[in-house]
Design a protein around this ligand. Structure first.
Ligand code: GAL
Length: 399
């Protein structure tokens, strides 16, 4: 399958809508608007990194950020692509200073944010920060940037910040389409390239945010359980046509390693996020993660699907009850496929070439990305027996 093939189906897919039924979705799509209007050149592949919120909530301080950055390097996670170390809500004092500047909490950040950014940069990583497009953030512990967009973006740039997560609480009914572009312009004027992560999932942000930010949320907050993870995957899938290099759908941060799901469920979570070109933002405590957690988060073959240069979001192409096939095209005419068993009993799942955009006569080699084995010269379809809540993930390379 070549790029031309994919492109020629774009308008068809957009016109039939992207619904998931027991019938197969015809094919994948790439958006017909490949322009990046946010001119920061960032996020050509989905962002990879870590954020404190899923595991630590409001408990963020410089010690946690420095130790996490150190662990990112010492564990080898940085070497497989994780680069942003992001702090979430609650890092600032509720009151701005006399000149209206944001002030980090003195107890939590005694060295200041600039020193923290220097520390993170010195070990080869990048530092992210959080603020809100309203008057106060969601925790109500710190101010929002509404009306202070230019000033706050300049402050972030002066500290050496590389990434902004911009949330949507306490916005007093002002529509996001007015507030988010203000911060986009402020970041552009700040003098520093800053990745712009839009944290807003109401008002169908995919339809407008792909021209404003590097990513936008498609779901409410993920929880560390199977139902939340699977429903987030489905909600995010609807917006696949809007994803493109520089602008990605974001079904929220990873829960892998936080303890609420089984290893197979976390493997499915990571596989689907990778295929869907979702941000891979680790949400557990990497300073004390288990070997199993590390084995999932550091699977380079799965990460390579997420970071593939074609930048097309993989989608659910077939569903038969709880048995699903997800797939997406990759660079060099390769195809990524996931056979996902969302049911309660072990079952056989099959992906037919015609469901996943391959010509029915194509012969492929299939690389199993979790077993790290290759099946040679397969024709027509690939099948596997998959245990409950597990998945098989392959890259198919036409011969
Ligand atoms: C939510 C957001 C979370 C986290 C939280 C902080 O709105 O979706 O990811 O940032 O606010 O209060």
């Amino acid at each position: 399958m070549n790029l031309k093939f994919v492109l020629c189906f774009t308008s068809l897919l957009l016109s039939i809508g992207i619904t998931t039924t027991d019938a197969a979705r015809t094919t994948f799509t790439i958006t017909n608007d490949r322009r990046i209007l946010l001119g920061n050149g960032l996020g050509r592949t989905p962002q990879m990194g870590w954020n404190n919120y899923n595991h630590f909530g409001c408990n963020v301080d410089e010690k946690l950020i420095m130790e996490t950055a150190d662990a990112m390097v010492s564990t080898g996670l940085a070497a497989v692509g994780y680069e942003y170390v992001n702090m979430d809500d609650c890092w600032a004092e509720l009151d701005r200073d006399s000149e209206g500047n944001l002030v980090p909490k003195a107890k939590a950040f005694p060295s200041g944010i600039k020193a923290l950014a220097d520390y993170v940069h010195n070990i080869g990583l990048k530092l992210g920060i959080y603020v809100d497009a309203g008057t106060v953030t969601c925790s109500k512990e710190m101010p929002g940037s509404l009306g202070h967009e230019e000033q706050d973006a300049k402050t972030f740039a002066s500290w050496g910040i590389d990434y902004l997560k911009y949330d949507n609480c306490n916005s007093h009914g002002l529509i996001p389409q007015n507030r988010y572009p203000k911060m986009e312009i402020a970041l552009q004027n700040s003098g520093r390239p800053i990745f712009y992560s839009i944290c807003q999932w109401q008002n169908d942000p995919a339809t407008w945010a792909h021209k404003v930010g590097n990513s936008w949320r498609t779901t409410d907050d993920i929880k560390d359980n199977w139902d939340s993870m699977t429903s987030g995957a489905d909600e995010n899938d609807i917006w696949a046509a809007y994803a493109k290099p520089g602008a990605w759908n974001d079904p929220d941060m990873l829960e892998v390693g936080n303890g609420g799901m089984t290893t197979e469920e976390y493997r499915s979570h990571f596989s689907i996020w990778a295929l869907a070109k979702a941000p891979l933002l680790i949400g557990c405590d990497i300073r004390s993660m288990s070997n199993e957690t590390y084995e999932i988060l550091s699977n380079k073959e799965v990460i390579d699907i997420n970071q593939d240069t074609l930048g097309v979001q993989g989608i659910k192409v077939r569903k038969n009850g709880d048995l699903e096939v997800w797939a997406g095209p990759l660079a060099d005419d390769k195809v990524a496929v996931i056979l996902w068993n969302r049911g309660n009993s072990t079952s056989q799942i099959t992906a037919n070439w015609t469901d996943i955009g391959l010509n029915s006569t194509t012969i492929v080699d299939a690389r199993d990305l979790w077993a790290h084995t290759t099946q040679k010269s397969i024709k027509g379809h690939i099948s596997a027996t998959v245990i409950s809540h597990a998945c098989k993930m392959y890259v198919l390379t036409p011969q």
